[in-house]
Design a protein around this ligand. Structure first.
Ligand SMILES: Nc1ncnc2c1ncn2[C@@H]1O[C@H](COP(=O)(O)OP(=O)(O)OP(=O)(O)O)[C@@H](O)[C@H]1O
Ligand SMILES: [Mg+2]
Length: 323
């Protein structure tokens, strides 16, 4: 059974520019996407900034009306049956709003359970379970203002689950968290999955999608450019090796020059303060090194290594360029 079905979903934003002669500018944020998510599946929607992830989640959570296409949650249309969809879903958007900082975590959950009309008897049992599930046991009586960002984010998840929704939407849940906070949040998400929730998670971290999701849809400029299991996505770059060249100050024309070479599939550049690392995808493997070094003649080079492609490389190949 599918918990979520998305069919040719589209959203165009109209914005006006100029004051005197107002012109209407159209932005196609989501450009006819289709996918299904099975019941109990943890599904990742992955893409760079501005790809259309939040817009998609907003349409699926009934906060935004689609310009075209359709979507349903548990068989209910997100537009026509919006009233019926809402009690069956929970969502969190990255960020800090929506909690009362002067109250404890526990009191926040009590307050919101009343607001959501959760039966008091049910809430009494469910709240401690949720606190446990998101890893806040022992800290629940402390005020939220003293929580770390990661703890607040996990409390958000508990809040979104108070009415026991079957389907959960998490829009960049690890945004702004340090590596440890992010890791704790990811383990909270995995706990949810064992509670048999269907989860749609957005992220722009490939490794995060890889660690959590059963399937991943990669979205770029409003379109789905790939949809598969992490393993299958990795196989799309099996024929390539990645050559990494450390360079101290790289003029842009060199990036262009390297990407024009016939044995080069893709070039990305990672910036680290004074130095850059050029990631070159090539089927030639280490044989390509002398040819590449020759092209970079005159630049100050550091380490040069060849390695196997990762899922991150598959992502770079799909959406192109350096982020
Ligand atoms: N209210 C709005 N009015 C006009 N354009 C918008 C609006 N909201 C989003 N957009 C545009 O729609 C496109 C998709 O935005 P969206 O927020 O869905 O992307 P995203 O994938 O969530 O990005 P991010 O990773 O930065 O959160 C972008 O080009 C964005 O500028
Ligand atoms: Mg977003």
């Amino acid at each position: 059974m599918n918990a979520i079905e998305v069919n040719q979903l589209r959203r165009v934003y109209k914005t006006t520019i100029g004051v005197v002669r107002r012109k209407v500018k159209e932005v196609v944020a989501v450009d006819g996407i289709s996918f299904d998510i099975r019941e109990g599946e943890l599904f990742g929607l992955l893409g760079p900034n501005g790809a259309g992830k939040t817009t998609t989640v907003k349409m699926l959570t009934t906060l935004l009306i689609p310009t075209g296409g359709s979507a349903s949650i548990l068989g209910l249309d997100v537009v026509k049956d919006a009233e019926k969809v809402r009690p069956r879903i929970g969502f969190i958007y990255g960020g800090d709003r929506g909690l009362y900082w002067r109250l404890s975590g526990l009191d926040n959950l009590r307050y919101f359970s009343t607001l959501y009309y959760v039966d008091p008897g049910v809430a009494k049992k469910r709240i401690p379970e949720l606190i446990e599930m998101v890893g806040l046991t022992g800290r629940e009586k402390e005020k939220v203002e003293g929580y770390s960002r990661g703890m607040r984010q996990r409390l958000h998840i508990a809040r979104a689950l108070l009415h026991d929704p079957q389907v959960l939407f998490l829009d960049e849940p690890t945004m702004g968290l340090d590596p440890i906070g992010a890791r704790e949040l990811r383990s909270a998400v995995l706990n949810l999955q064992s509670a048999n929730k269907t989860i749609l998670l957005t992220t722009h971290y490939m490794f995060e999608a890889d660690a959590l999701c059963q399937r991943i849809a990669v979205i770029d400029q409003g379109k789905i450019v790939a949809l598969d299991t992490p393993e299958k996505l990795k196989q799309t770059v099996n024929d390539l090796s990645v050559v990494e060249i450390e360079i101290f100050g790289i003029p842009p024309e060199y990036i262009e020059k390297i990407s024009q070479l016939d044995f080069v599939d893709n070039v990305a550049v990672e910036n680290h303060d004074q130095r850059q690392v050029m990631l070159i995808h090539t089927p030639k493997g280490s044989e390509a090194i002398p040819l590449l070094v020759e092209q970079l003649n005159g630049l100050k080079l550091g380490k040069v290594v060849t390695r196997e492609p990762t899922l991150e490389d598959a992502y770079v190949r799909l959406v192109g360029g350096a982020e």
